[in-house]
Design a protein around this ligand. Structure first.
Ligand SMILES: [Zn+2]
Ligand SMILES: [Zn+2]
Length: 909
């Protein structure tokens, strides 16, 4: 007889091989068909404020990672009983889009046409990015996504701009600001990156009037600079009143240097022989005249605390148009502030000696002038950190232009922001607070104007003294109505002088646009204006570069508009690097695109990877890492499959008819309950990598190596209707039902696929269920005695040792499986009473043919290799017959080839 047909073989349509790339597409249409996002059934709100990616180019792995993390949290919230508000958005204005349009249409375009093309370009990019984001399985409001170019969004921007203008935060400043010659625009601090750069490093001499009493041929200040090109525009020398200054004689020339720095400086410029002539006091500095090193002009001496005593000479050259500290001193001492360089880096043709030259090209001219005037003391090249444009990676300078600034010290706004940062906002990881506070305390006024075209126009009229039109309030109020209807294009399309009744001869229209960071700083407010989402929102989650970017500008906007924080919690994540810790770049050929991973493995693999990493640091990804993730995925999937395949005949009546669980069933249910608490706790604290690890370990160790392995025999060989089998099915169902929910925020596709195959469930989609609706019967196992838990641990410990011993002796005994083995356990009273409690479980637990317990009070030898005190066992090969049905050994004393247990289960139940 072929007993195969009498065995309860597992059955399921949940395949071993996932074929995710196809299955996932089906599930995306399923979610669309049931309109999952819009049909959320909970009412308690969770508001996620989605930071907008820039509408340019394909999404990279960082974009995907960011949206996936957001999805983890939102789905966790849904299953915890919340209704989520997750409206994705895009940043649509700004230079990169302009540059792309310029590249495509080389001929000169008129402004309206140009803006139109920029808009089309941005929309086309959004379309592409949205397809990629949707493919990740993100549950959000794709239909109502926001764009910073939408009329409704533009309205919020102008409203917000109006509010801060009205309150008094904005001013026009003629002052130095970071300038990129490639952008031909001023930059915000958030757009600056520091890289190494090779520069001239020169020491030069600013002579003063000779003072006879010292009997020196000449006296002067020694100063150090890395920007020789600024020397022609020097207006002053700054020293610090707190420092001591010395007059040092070298070859009959007197150098004025700070007493803290003179040794280092003289050593650097190669001077060994020198004499300190005098310590200089205030009256010395009061009575001197300083001369420019090559121009015939007098230089002012100024005092400033910004002069430092850790580098340079303690005497600082001041060029008011080319440095922020220099500019502040110029205001204080009434020095000349005049920009001499055009927006592309060339000197204006009115600048004598340097007309039309590129600013860096005059370095050598200046040096030659210094040499000629015998005022160059030392010259070398150095490598130092220098600000660069984050888009172009080109060197920046401070350039003095007329710009609109947000006054970061007005109305105690800095203090208010610090207050929210310190007391209200929750930072994850918790060093976020330090980063934010450092950024806030160091920050300058925010330059919000750009000399570009593709952006939100600054809707203002100014007179020749830069005074606002007296009717500005009305103009802005009216504009808001126009923008609602026509968008900000009206500012360019209409005759706005006529529209607002402005005298063209007295007033001019501001042609600048707003910094794009201003646009995105308004997202929180747009959500309030348009959707009435209450401020603050629950969460913002972005890369950790946003402490200087979006997190900060949103806070500035919200505190200046409403005196409130825009968010309750900030979660920031690191950047994604290759396995050698390098940034991904074309030149390194190490780019891994989300689409590559999805096409090859499926989005769930990408999602599982995203859950496996600790996002609080930079994160690595590589093909090897992905292969490991695939392997882990297979183990989790096969666990689901095994559970499902033994539930094909399971139904509600089975739950109702369940009998008492065995102590082994109770053990795994207790473990599961423990796991569930841990997982929910880790979701709550956003520790996704721990969730991944714990679920994986549960599948592999608790289920794979213990529970499933041991109960297999009962499931397959006990009678189909037997209580033993039915009880295990109840346990299986409960495990699967919980595991699927617990992992569904991460493995959204796979868990939905498996959920569909469950015979009993409360909702069509797993994302319409909750963590809390447990099936009623399972409350009983909460009474599971903790001691029993401990006993099972001991039992597994012994099993492990037995297995290792069998492995060692496999050859000696010619053993096939462990089922061929008899085991004799000699033990002291402790082990005996423990094992005796589990007498009926031992054969199954150890998966051997028989277990014989022998209480032994005499001396017990200790295993040399695996020591357990008070316990000793020997194994031998069973001489019994193998049951043809269940493969267990049995004593054959009748004429059939199957064991009594099988006989009983086949015929007598
Ligand atoms: Zn640039
Ligand atoms: Zn059998």
């Amino acid at each position: 007889m072929d007993y195969k047909f009498t065995i309860n073989l597992p059955k399921t349509t949940f395949l071993m091989k996932a074929n995710l790339s196809k299955m996932e597409l089906n599930l995306i249409s399923f979610w669309n068909n049931i309109n999952l996002y819009n049909n959320q059934c909970n009412s308690r709100l969770f508001l996620l404020n989605d930071g907008p990616p820039y509408a340019n180019g394909n999404i990279h792995i960082g974009h995907a990672f960011n949206k996936i993390l957001k999805d983890f949290i939102c789905k966790f919230k849904i299953l915890s009983g919340y209704k989520i508000n997750f409206i994705p958005g895009w940043d649509c204005h700004g230079l990169p889009i302009e540059l792309n349009v310029e590249k495509k249409y080389s001929s000169k375009l008129n402004l309206n046409k140009f803006r139109q093309l920029c808009k089309h370009y941005a929309l086309s990019q959004i379309k592409l990015q949205m397809i990629s984001f949707k493919r990740l399985g993100i549950l959000c409001d794709w239909q109502n996504h926001y764009k910073t170019l939408d009329k409704s969004f533009e309205t919020s921007i102008i409203k917000s701009f109006f509010k801060i203008l009205e309150t008094g935060y904005l001013y026009i400043g003629y002052r130095p600001n970071y300038w990129c010659f490639k952008c031909t625009s001023s930059l915000a601090e958030a757009e600056i990156e520091y890289y190494n750069k090779e520069s001239y490093s020169i020491y030069l001499f600013f002579p003063i009037n000779n003072i006879l009493k010292y009997n020196l041929s000449t006296i002067g200040f020694l100063i150090w600079t890395t920007t020789p090109w600024t020397i022609p525009f020097n207006e002053a020398i700054a020293i610090n009143k707190k420092f001591n200054y010395l007059l040092i004689s070298v070859n009959n020339t007197g150098y004025i240097i700070s007493s803290n720095l003179y040794k280092t400086v003289l050593k650097k410029i190669g001077i060994i022989k020198y004499t300190i002539i005098d310590q200089l006091n205030e009256s010395f500095f009061k009575n001197i005249k300083i001369y420019h090193p090559f121009y015939k002009k007098n230089i002012t001496l100024v005092f400033s605390n910004h002069v430092r005593n850790d580098s340079g000479t303690g005497c600082v050259h001041i060029a008011p148009s080319y440095g922020y500290d220099d500019y502040k001193l110029a205001l204080k001492y009434n020095l000349k502030i005049k920009n001499t360089i055009n927006n592309k880096g060339f000197f204006y043709n009115t600048i004598t000696m340097f007309a039309n030259l590129y600013y860096l090209n005059i370095n050598i001219i200046v040096i030659n002038l210094l040499i000629k005037n015998k005022t160059l003391i030392f010259k070398e090249f150095i490598i130092h950190r220098y600000p660069h444009c984050w888009r172009h990676k080109t060197e920046l300078i401070f350039r003095t232009t007329k710009q609109w600034f947000f006054n970061i010290n007005f109305n105690l706004i800095k203090k208010k922001m610090m207050y929210f940062s310190d007391n209200i906002i929750k930072w994850i990881p918790d060093n976020g607070i330090t980063k934010m506070n450092a950024m806030l305390s160091d920050r300058f006024d925010w330059c919000i104007s750009r000399q570009r075209y593709w952006g939100i126009p600054i809707i203002l009229f100014l007179d020749c003294n830069d005074k606002l039109h007296p009717n500005t309030k009305n103009i802005l109020n009216q504009s808001i109505n126009f923008i609602k209807k026509y968008g900000t294009d009206f500012w360019y399309n209409c005759d706005v002088f006529n529209l607002f009744n402005i005298n063209k001869n007295k007033y001019r229209k501001v042609s600048d646009v707003l910094d794009v960071w201003f646009d995105s700083s308004v997202v929180y407010r747009y959500m309030y204006d348009y959707y009435n989402h209450k401020i603050p929102h629950d969460l913002c989650l972005e890369g950790n570069d946003q402490y200087r970017g979006w997190f900060q500008v949103s806070l500035i906007n919200s505190v200046s508009n409403f005196s409130i924080t825009p968010y309750k919690t900030i979660l920031s994540h690191g950047f994604i690097l290759d396995n050698k810790g390098r940034k991904m770049s074309k030149s390194l050929n190490n780019i891994i695109l989300p689409s590559d991973i999805i096409n090859k493995y499926g989005a769930d693999i990408l999602r599982l990877w995203a859950s496996s990493v600790n996002y609080s640091h930079d994160i690595t990804i590589s093909n090897e890492i992905l292969l490991r993730i695939c392997d882990a995925y297979r183990k989790i999937r096969n666990t689901f499959r095994f559970l499902l395949s033994n539930l094909y005949d399971f139904n509600k009546i089975d739950i109702l008819n369940y009998n008492n669980f065995s102590s082994f069933d109770l053990w795994i249910l207790k473990r599961l309950n423990y796991l569930k608490n841990e997982i929910l706790n880790n979701y709550y604290n956003f520790n996704f990598h721990l969730i991944y690890k714990k679920i994986y370990n549960f599948c592999v160790e608790d289920l794979g190596a213990k529970y499933l392995d041991i109960v297999k025999d009962t499931l397959y060989t006990y009678n189909y209707h037997s209580n033993n089998r039915k009880n295990i099915q109840v346990v299986f169902f409960y495990i699967l039902y919980n595991l699927l929910k617990l992992i569904s925020p991460i493995l959204s596709f796979t868990s939905e696929e498996a959920w569909e195959k469950l015979n009993i469930k409360e909702s069509l989609s797993i994302f319409k269920s909750t963590f809390n609706l447990d099936v009623i019967i399972f409350k009983t196992f909460n009474t599971f005695p903790i001691l029993l838990f401990f006993y099972w641990l001991k039992l597994f410990f012994i099993k492990d040792i037995i297995n290792k011993n069998i492995e060692l002796n496999r050859k000696k005994y010619i053993i096939g499986t462990s089922l061929d083995i008899n085991i004799f356990i000699f033990c002291n009273i402790f082990w005996f009473s423990l094992l005796n409690k589990f007498k009926t479980h031992l054969t199954k637990t150890f998966q051997v043919s028989s277990v014989n317990l022998i209480l032994c009070n005499t001396y017990l030898p200790i295993f040399s290799k695996y020591k357990i005190k008070g316990l000793f066992f020997i194994i031998n090969k069973s001489s019994y017959n193998k049951c043809e049905r269940c493969w267990n050994k049995f004593l054959k004393n009748y004429n059939i080839n199957i064991c009594l247990k099988c006989l009983h289960n086949m015929y007598y139940i």
